[in-house]
Ligand binder design. Structure first.
Ligand SMILES: Cc1ncc(COP(=O)(O)O)c(C=O)c1O
Length: 258
C-alpha cells in the first residue's frame, strides 16, 4: 500500500495542515463590571442549561409569542417588536436598511462613540447624514438641537441615542422628540436604546417614537446575540417605500420564515 496521498481528499488534507495554535487556556471566572454584557442572573443561567429545542419547531414559536408580548410591555408600545440574531450594532443597521433609501437626508444627533457609529452605518448605506455633534459627556440640549434642525431641514429622519454608553450620559428622549415633532411632524425618530431598555424608562408610544431597538446583553441581562426592534405605523409606511432591502434583517424576513 502506498504511503503517498492518492485521492483528492487526501491531497486536500495535506494542503490544509492542522493549524498550529497555542493550547486553549481556561478562562478564569470573571465578575464583569462593564455596561454589558452584564452578569447573568441565576434564572437566566438555568434557562441556558436546558436541552436544545428545534428553532423552527412549535415550542420555539410559542416562546417567541410569549417573549414578544412581554417585549411590547418593556418598550411600552402596541407596535410589533421583531427579534433578530444580532448584537446591538445589528439593530443600528436594521433601522437604517428598513427605513431609508440611499440619498435620503437624515440628521444624527451624536454625543459619543455609539452615536457616531450609528451615523457611520447610515453613511455606509448611502444616506446623506448631517451630524449635530454635541460635546461628549453632556446630554443633547434640546434648544441647541432645535436651532440646528431648523438650519438642516428638510430631512427624512433623526437618529438618536438614548443612553450613550461610551460616556454614560442619558439623553432626554421625550424632550428631544417633542422638539423634533414641533419642527417636522413626519420625520422618522429612530432611537438606539441598546443600553437603556430594561434599566430605564422607555415609553415608545407616549414619546411618539417611530423605531426603538435594543439588545439582550445590557438592561435585559442575557447573553449577547439577539437584538429587538420595535417599529411604529410611520416606520412601516417608510418601510413600504424604501429600496435598500439588501439585508437579512429586513422586516419581512421573520414573516417569511414562519
Ligand atoms: C448605545 C449602544 N449602541 C450600540 C451598541 C453596539 O452594540 P453591540 O456591541 O451589541 O453590537 C452599544 C454597545 O455597547 C451601545 O451601548
Amino acid at each position: 500500500m502506498s504511503l503517498l496521498p492518492t485521492t483528492a481528499t487526501e491531497v486536500q488534507h495535506l494542503l490544509i495542515p492542522v493549524p498550529e495554535v497555542e493550547p486553549r487556556s481556561a478562562i478564569p471566572r470573571q465578575n464583569l463590571r462593564i455596561p454589558g454584557p452584564t452578569r447573568l442572573p441565576p434564572v437566566v443561567l438555568a434557562e441556558l442549561a436546558r436541552p436544545m429545542i428545534d428553532h423552527r419547531g412549535p415550542e420555539f414559536a410559542a416562546i417567541l409569542r410569549w417573549v414578544t408580548a412581554r417585549l411590547q410591555y418593556v418598550f411600552q408600545t402596541t407596535s410589533p417588536v421583531l427579534t433578530y440574531p444580532a448584537s446591538g450594532t445589528g439593530g443600528q443597521e436594521c433601522a437604517i436598511v428598513n427605513l431609508f433609501s440611499p440619498g435620503e437626508h437624515v440628521v444624527a444627533i451624536t454625543i459619543g462613540h455609539f452615536g457616531n457609529r450609528f451615523a457611520y452605518i447610515a453613511e455606509q448605506y448611502g444616506l446623506q447624514v448631517s451630524r449635530i455633534a454635541l460635546p461628549w459627556g453632556e446630554a443633547a440640549d434640546p434648544s441647541i438641537v432645535e436651532a440646528r434642525l431648523h438650519e438642516l431641514a428638510p430631512y427624512q429622519g433623526v437618529l438618536l441615542t438614548h443612553n450613550e454608553t461610551s460616556t454614560g450620559v442619558t439623553n432626554d428622549i421625550q424632550a428631544l422628540s417633542t422638539v423634533i415633532r414641533q419642527h417636522t411632524s413626519n420625520a422618522l425618530i429612530v432611537v438606539d436604546a441598546v443600553s437603556s431598555v430594561g434599566c430605564m424608562l422607555m415609553e415608545m408610544d407616549a414619546w411618539n417614537l417611530d423605531v426603538v431597538f435594543t439588545a439582550l446583553q445590557k438592561g435585559l441581562m442575557c447573553p449577547p446575540g439577539l437584538m429587538m426592534v420595535a417599529a411604529g405605523p410611520r416606520a412601516w409606511g417608510a418601510y413600504g417605500k424604501n429600496y435598500v432591502k439588501k439585508s437579512l434583517r429586513i422586516w419581512l424576513f421573520p414573516h417569511l420564515m414562519r
